[in-house]
Design a protein around this ligand. Structure first.
Ligand code: C2O
Ligand code: CU
Ligand code: CU
Length: 560
């Protein structure tokens, strides 16, 4: 059996509504549930995990500087849907099989609301991880409008929880964005692209398949189940449907693209030969729109987002396919990994229902260029090692997730350059929590047989569509990738990691700590910082933020 393409309409995730208010702040409850969901016309319903029983989860639509509260609840079964490797950190045999914790990817939030991998909880909060602090998360939304996503982050099983369906969109909006007159309403559509595999026959027909073992495990035999080096599914899903189609009018659309896959990169094109006009990156609008030529394609690593405008107005009546030709694994490719040359289809109608009055403005936003001169430079190394079962294990700075001390320790309010020297064979999408950063450049490196960098070549500027705020950067093999960030405005411990979820679960993740800085007052305006990025907006609610009163009520004794 093979699945026909473009037979199901693209679903649009519903927008979540608040349950009520706590101290004037909208309060939400989201229950993670195991449900059966129809993912393709010819498949029986598939068992998935969904936020509020939906895969993908409901979309949050929030306003800049209007905080919300979310109580994330685990109503999942006690046994995992997918094979849990008990040799992976945090998933040892004495740990509950099903643990969850929610991370708002891209969000400027305090550490206790960030979804730390050890802040997990089980059904009804019966068991909680060592870093668990409270049940209700506070999201201040004190940052520029953009496309975030929320997804599970439980230590050692993130790849499985996200694969089972625990991911959704989180959109921040503001008045300035509305003034831009971009396509909106039904002409603004979020698209989360994921790859999955299914049992296509037998008594598990229609169920999600996730490999219990690597395809070519090194001898001696690995534990069973065993983490796999990377996962590549043979089926493309968009918004939880297999190879869907979308009927569009011959006019402009705004698509918020998210690569929600575990390991797969996408290089997207439209079969009509038309270009994308990219208006935003992970962290918000670019300074001005960037044309991503059809010839080049739009590259998206796991976790990355691109906010794009597609104009169908010259394509009335056409059937257009969103295609992908990214090598898998990226960038070298392997014949063993299934290709996914087609993602979804756009069916362009003959006529618009009303004239398209939307625009692509020539100026989109203010971007402060962070200055790399006279700031600390931190060298970081992406390395290939093997674990005790001879499995490939990728590390950051040759340290495992829970190894002490914490080595990356920027002071609150300070700017740092982080250099990512990639000594491995693959591109790793490196993600930092809390901050949005800028990509400075990438330079080729020469490494001797002992793994020492002996030469660094001429730096190359980032691509034009990478010159906005980013929270994920592609660190390519045999290159040093340089990024720059202003750390803060909150202090505490946050993860940074590779967003290939199989790598993240298998030690390619490290904590970093934003240290208290007595010389820095986050409530004071920083020279040069654009207003919509300002740190001060995160403290405008002081002295009586709900966040702080919340601390008094909770068991959290920490001070920050
Ligand atoms: Cu999207 Cu730490 O993750
Ligand atoms: Cu994140
Ligand atoms: Cu990686």
């Amino acid at each position: 059996m093979s699945l026909d393409k473009f037979v199901d309409a693209l679903p649009l995730p519903s927008v979540i509504k608040a349950k009520g208010k706590h101290n004037g702040i909208p309060y939400h409850e989201v229950a993670m549930k195991q449900v059966q969901q129809k993912l393709h016309r010819d498949l029986p319903p598939t068992t998935v995990w969904g936020y509020n029983g939906l895969y993908p989860g409901p979309t949050f639509e929030v306003r800049r500087n209007h905080p919300i509260l979310v109580k994330w609840e685990n109503h999942l079964p006690f046994e995992h849907l997918l094979p849990v490797d008990r040799t992976v950190h945090g998933a040892e045999p004495d740990q509950p099989s099903v643990r969850t914790v929610v991370h708002l990817h891209g969000g400027r939030v305090r550490p206790e609301n960030d979804g730390y991998p050890e802040a997990w909880f089980t059904k009804n909060f019966k068991n909680t991880g060592p870093k668990f602090l409270h049940e209700v998360y506070y999201y201040p939304n004190c940052q520029r409008p953009t496309t975030f996503w929320y997804h599970d982050h439980a230590v050692g099983i993130t790849r499985l929880n996200v694969y089972a369906g625990l991911a959704g969109f989180y959109l921040i909006r503001d008045e300035a964005e509305e003034m831009l007159n971009l396509p909106r309403g039904k002409y603004e559509i979020p698209l989360v692209i994921q790859d999955r595999s299914f049992y296509l026959s037998g008594d598990r027909q229609g169920e999600l398949f996730y490999p219990p073992l690597p395809e070519q495990p090194p001898p001696p035999p690995p534990p069973n189940p065993s983490v796999v080096p990377e996962f590549f599914g043979d089926t493309a899903l968009v918004n939880g449907k297999v190879w869907p189609f979308l009927e569009v009018e011959p006019r402009k659309y705004r698509f918020r693209l998210l690569n929600g896959s575990n390991s797969r990169f996408y290089r997207l094109r439209l079969s009509s030969g038309q270009d994308f006009v990219q208006i935003g990156t992970d962290g918000g609008f670019l300074e001005s729109p960037v044309v991503v030529l059809n010839r080049d394609g739009l590259l998206l690593a796991p976790g990355e987002r691109a906010d794009v405008i597609v104009d169908f107005s010259n394509h009335a009546g056409q059937q257009i396919i969103l295609t992908n030709d990214a090598p898998t694994p990226f960038p070298t490719g392997s014949p063993d990994a299934p290709a996914l040359p087609e993602i979804m289809q756009f069916l362009v109608r003959e006529k618009v229902s009303k004239p398209d009055k939307s625009e692509i403005p020539s100026t989109l936003s203010c971007i402060e260029r962070l200055d790399p001169n006279n700031v600390p430079v931190r060298q970081n190394f992406l390395l290939e090692r093997t674990d005790e079962f001879h499995r490939l294990k990728l590390l950051l700075n040759d340290m495992e997730w829970d190894e002490l001390p914490i080595t990356e320790t920027p002071y609150n309010g300070t700017v740092e350059v982080w250099e990512l020297y990639n000594l491995t064979a693959d591109t790793h999408p490196i993600h930092l929590h809390l901050v949005q950063f800028q990509i400075l450049n990438r330079a080729p490196i020469t490494v001797d047989e002992n793994g020492n960098v002996i030469d660094v070549g001429t730096p190359v500027d980032p691509d034009p569509n990478e010159r906005g705020w980013k929270d994920i950067v592609r660190a390519n093999p045999a290159e040093v990738t340089r990024i720059i960030a202003r750390f803060g405005p909150f202090t505490g411990i946050y993860p940074w990691h590779c967003h290939i979820l199989e790598h993240e679960d298998h030690e390619m993740m490290r904590p970093y700590e934003v240290l208290d800085n007595p010389n820095f007052d986050p409530t004071q305006v920083i020279q040069g910082q654009c207003p919509d990025d300002s740190f001060t907006q995160c403290f405008d609610c002081l002295p009586d933020c709900w966040d702080d009163s919340f601390h008094d009520e909770s068991s959290d004794e920490s001070s920050d």
